[in-house]
Unconditional design. Structure first.
Ligand code: ACO
Length: 312
């Protein structure tokens, strides 16, 4: 069994802090509603940078912290669905900005908030074709590009940011579980075309809440079943940070609230960036020790879901 080793983890969070009180000056909302319904206290907006530049900054840090020679990279994969441009891909621009060699394969994946977790599975497959190389995986989202600032039920939820990791293969344990259910009625975000305007992100929050709780629980149980472990053997569970109540709901069902990491209060929902941002946050707080068993679970637009059980 070939597992994935994190050689580094990093993030880039834009400077502009937007509090719940700031949001209440844009739409009819208030701090109390947002905190109690979502756990969010503030989010960061990338007012002075693009999705690409956030991805570049997170990737640059991850590469320099990893100590890996860029010549040894075989791929750059960026999970994102909120970029300003479709081609070239964000990954190709990261490759150019970091001056990575031409033998590095570069492409984007769109699995919305499951993107980084999908990326772990894809990157592992690529690394297994060439075990003597490393991968740069990035989750980067400028959700403020696609947020409808007239819709209070969605605009208060999202933030911008990017997270990145340099990954390689080794013998540690690794289990994964993935799925998708094509649906455009619960979460939809349409780009503008020549004759049609952009359709900003819309969501049926109540139904997505139910989908999230059901699928996070399903994925965790599958990972435990595949690995032969129980939740007591797991040190940390890192769910996509979409709503604190979703995470508390699962934590209660699993009777292990202390294992479920939450940092949504600071960043809001940053889609595919939320899991690498959370891992970086935990690492900087000194919460991650070599050998810790971690479950990460993503879910979101598509609909998509996925999880991995790995060792730090
Ligand atoms: N401020 C004040 N009131 C509000 C706001 C707001 N920002 N938004 C909605 N309300 C009101 C509604 O109008 C409604 O009022 P009414 O009862 O008079 O009609 C009331 O609050 C309750 O609204 P609900 O939508 O039922 O609120 P709910 O408790 O379901 O919370 C929320 C909404 C936070 C969106 C929740 O459903 C949720 O988090 N869902 C999951 C979202 C998610 O996980 N997304 C991840 C995927 S996103 C992606 O893939 C990009």
């Amino acid at each position: 069994m070939k597992g994935i080793k994190f050689y580094s983890i990093s993030s880039y969070i834009p400077d502009k802090v937007v509090t719940n009180d700031d949001m209440s000056r844009i739409v009819d909302t208030n701090d109390e509603w947002i905190r109690t319904r979502t756990g969010i206290e503030r989010r960061h907006f990338a007012s002075d940078c693009t999705n690409v530049s956030m991805a570049v900054r997170a990737a640059e840090k991850a590469l320099s912290q990893s100590g890996i020679d860029p010549e040894k990279l075989c791929c750059v994969v960026v999970a994102s669905f909120t970029s300003e441009i479709h081609s070239p891909s964000v990954a190709c621009l990261v490759q150019r900005e970091l001056g990575l060699p031409d033998h590095v394969m570069a492409f984007d994946i769109n699995a919305a908030c499951s993107g980084f977790i999908y990326g772990l599975g894809i990157v592992r497959g690529l690394l297994m074709q060439n075990e003597d190389c490393y991968a740069l995986l990035v989750g980067s989202e400028k959700l403020s590009n696609f947020t409808n600032f007239e819709d209070r039920s969605t605009c208060v939820l999202f933030g911008d940011g990017a997270g990145a990791a340099v990954l390689g293969l080794d013998e540690r344990a690794f289990y994964s579980e993935y799925g998708a259910h094509g649906d455009d009625s619960l979460i939809y975000c349409g780009v503008g075309l020549k004759d049609t305007p952009m359709e900003p992100l819309r969501m049926n929050g109540g139904e997505v809440f139910k989908f999230a709780v059901e699928h996070i629980e399903y994925v965790i149980n599958k990972l435990l079943e595949k690995s032969g472990l129980t939740i007591d053997d797991i040190d940390h569970v890192v769910c996509h940070q979409a709503n604190k109540r979703i995470i508390s709901n699962i934590a209660r069902k699993m009777k292990s609230a202390e294992k479920f990491f939450v940092d949504i209060e600071e960043f809001g929902n940053t889609s595919s960036a939320s899991i690498p941002i959370a891992l970086d946050d935990m690492n900087r707080r000194g919460m991650l020790k070599r050998g810790d068993k971690i479950i990460c679970v993503g879910f979101g637009g598509g609909l998509t879901w996925g999880g991995v059980l790995t060792e730090w």
